[in-house]
Write a protein that binds this ligand. Structure first.
Ligand code: G3H
Ligand code: 13P
Ligand code: ZN
Length: 309
């Protein structure tokens, strides 16, 4: 069984006003934790691989792990490249058997972003692979200091329409106030729903993507801190804000940081409680269980993609 594309998944998600979870994978325990959760609650799934993950685990290992997950679970799973920044890495992943790639040329000027994205779309589509692109820049926490600077980097609705029309891309990641990592907001979390609604209205039946969507749940930050970490000022996107985004054409929600926090907290706890443990299965196992619980929580109480198979 091969990875599926997200075409059918997004169509159903759009109509049902829910979102599919796209979770980052770096090793076997992470893949298994995510897939076991999705299996238990009957959810379609996007497993995504960053350039950093490819470097860490080596491309063939991740591909084979995802193939094993498909075989073992029988779930429809998309194998997606997260944040490919050049045509070459996207081409490599298409040639390697990915069913979906993201070309993130959002750091380039508009015309250049269009040109690079269009080239990836032409190649990927010729091989039956779907493409996500990005327009606008995810605000970093520094941008929050200056609200107008953050707003300036948000996705322009009219440009989004032109971008989609000229590139033929299958989905679009937009910037409305989220950012990557554990430090997303200084002060009140704020997403630009008016902008999201405008983009969604101008692009009917078109799947939008939200990156930087971890909620950085305080109980997991506290757990990490309790067992020897120190992550002051961590703040994520509240879960109800994500549920609201899924009402406006957001069909894919990217989550990585929340899984990192859950896994790390579980492993730290294991070491704190059993300092004599030197069997990797006895600390990676609890890490895998923690990923599973976190993904189940995301699917059932944030994304709404449970019981969709
Ligand atoms: O958007 C980035 C993802 O969280 C992946 O992070 O590049 O450290 O693998 P990474
Ligand atoms: P988080 O850092 O909020 O989990 O975002 C992950 C992401 O967008 C991966 O592309
Ligand atoms: Zn991202």
């Amino acid at each position: 069984m091969k990875p599926v594309t997200s075409k059918e998944m997004f169509k159903k998600a759009y109509e049902g006003k829910y979102a599919i979870g796209a979770f980052n994978v770096n090793n076997m325990e992470i893949v298994q934790g995510i897939v076991d959760a999705a299996k238990e609650v009957s959810s379609p799934l996007i497993l995504q691989v960053s350039a950093g993950a490819r470097k860490y685990a080596r491309p063939v290992y991740l591909k084979k792990l995802v193939e094993a997950a498909i075989l073992d679970s029988g779930l429809p799973i998309v194998l997606h490249l997260d944040h490919g920044d050049t045509f070459e890495i996207c081409k490599q992943c298409v040639d390697d058997g990915f069913s979906s790639v993201m070309i993130d040329a959002s750091h380039h000027p508009f015309e250049e972003n269009i040109a690079i994205t269009k080239k990836v779309v032409e190649y990927a589509h010729s091989k039956g692979v779907v493409v996500e692109a990005e327009l606008g820049r995810l605000a970093g926490i520094e941008d929050e200091v200056n609200v107008s600077a953050a707003d300036a980097s948000f996705t322009d609705p009219d440009q989004a329409v032109e971008f989609v029309e000229r590139t033929g891309v299958d989905s679009l990641a937009i910037a409305i106030g989220t950012s990557h990592g554990a430090f997303k907001f200084k002060g009140e979390p704020r997403l630009d729903y008016a902008r999201l609604e405008k983009i969604s209205n101008l692009l009917p039946n078109f799947p939008l993507v939200l990156h930087g969507a971890s909620s950085v749940l305080p109980e997991f930050v506290d757990l990490c801190n309790k067992y020897g970490g120190n992550i002051p000022g961590a703040q994520g996107v509240p879960e109800d804000m994500l549920r609201k985004a899924a009402q406006f054409g957001v069909c894919k929600i990217n989550i990585d940081t929340d899984l990192r926090l859950a896994m790390t907290a579980a492993i730290r706890r294991e070491f704190a409680e059993n300092p004599g443990n030197f069997d990797p299965r006895k600390y990676l196992g609890p890490g895998r269980d923690a990923i599973k619980e976190m993904v189940k929580r995301k699917i059932t109480s944030v994304l709404g993609c449970n019981n969709r198979i």
